[in-house]
Design a protein around this ligand. Sequence first.
Ligand code: FES
Length: 289
Amino acid sequence: MAEDEPEGGTPGTQNGPYQGPRAADFTPEPDHSDDPGYVTRTRFLSNAAFAGTGILAAAILVPVVGFAVSTPLKEEEFRWVDIGPASDYLQNAPPYVDPKPSTKIGEVASLSVSGPSSDADRRIYVIYGLKDPSTRPQPTPGEPAAAYDAKFAKWASALKPEDFDLIAIWNRCAHLGCPVAYSPGSAGYVCPCHGGAYDSRGLVIGGPPPRPLDRVDIKVVDQSKKFEPQDIEAGKDRIPLAVAAKSSNPNLRVLVGKPFSIDQQQQAYALHGPGEPVSGTLSHLYPFT
Ligand code: FES
């Protein structure tokens, strides 16, 4: 070896240290697992999944809660509306003298009225009629006409004002809200949208509606008398229908108020939305049914 040759041999020669291209030195990734501000891919994905679940839950719950809250709020916007003199509605009241099957029993023509504002605006049918129309006798096959006339006369002569009531039926279909129409031929209501059918008192007799037609509160009052709001709330201003039907007092007026829902037994419930059952198992599962 020459005297001035560096130790280890000549650079770049076969005997010296390697001077050529090298693979990049391995530098370990820093460990951020203890750094709360550092977002790993796993943490990002789990956060995204959590946020997605929250959005999905909100998408389901917000409309449900909103519906539950908005319904009572909406109800408060309705107020009593004067729809005319009681004598217009309480026609054809008993007693009936020498009645025939053609005698008009109670029910005056159904009619529609609108509310006083867009919030209260609705179409309703007002009916003064038998509480239980099924009590009306029907002719039996082969029954002589004279026998049926006599049977009818006996039944109709015994009717009292207490056998009648005054109801207001909202024409909003209980299925999806289409306006129903009164059908004089069937003495009931039909919905043009999906074939919902209701009887003369708005009870479901066919089609998809989950409950009867909603009603609107109705009362007869003496407009010459003043009442405190709490007495009106307690119903002290209401004239019993049997009294009003016999009265000739021109101050008696008919008012309609808040809508409410009913079941097939005509039990009253708070107003429900279209498609919503009022009772039974399905009412607890709504709107998931
Ligand atoms: S909206 Fe009336 S039957 Fe569907």
